[in-house]
Design a protein around this ligand. Structure first.
Ligand SMILES: [Zn+2]
Length: 110
């Protein structure tokens, strides 16, 4: 009996996509749409109960998110979505700070 050598060439399919990364998404309390976390404004309630705007998204505490859009801010304010999300009262100056934040990068409408 003869023994023929098997010549079998193997192919390696190398495809490593490192570009695909999971983007953290959060829900806007105004329009209720899921958006990129980094594109949203974060309002955070600190463990002490202080409400602040957290531009870096790293402050400790409970957070709520809002599009940088006056429409979303108006919706959130009207429906008290931020109050519910953070389970506390939102001081008027926070809404004013949010409005000011939105105007910084948006259209100035005196
Ligand atoms: Zn929104």
């Amino acid at each position: 009996m003869r023994f023929g050598p098997l010549d079998r060439s193997e192919q390696y399919g190398a495809c490593d996509d490192e570009m695909v990364k999971k983007i953290p998404m959060r829900q806007c309390t105004g329009c209720r749409e899921m958006k990129e976390k980094r594109s949203l404004i974060r309002v955070v309630r600190s463990p002490e109960g202080d409400i602040t705007l957290d531009s870096r998204g790293k402050s400790p505490g409970r957070g709520a998110y809002l599009c940088p859009d006056p429409v979303c801010l108006a919706k959130a304010r009207k429906s008290r979505a931020l109050e519910r999300a953070l389970d506390t009262a939102i001081p008027p100056e926070i809404y004013e700070a949010l409005a000011a934040r939105l105007q910084e990068g948006g259209v100035g409408d005196g």
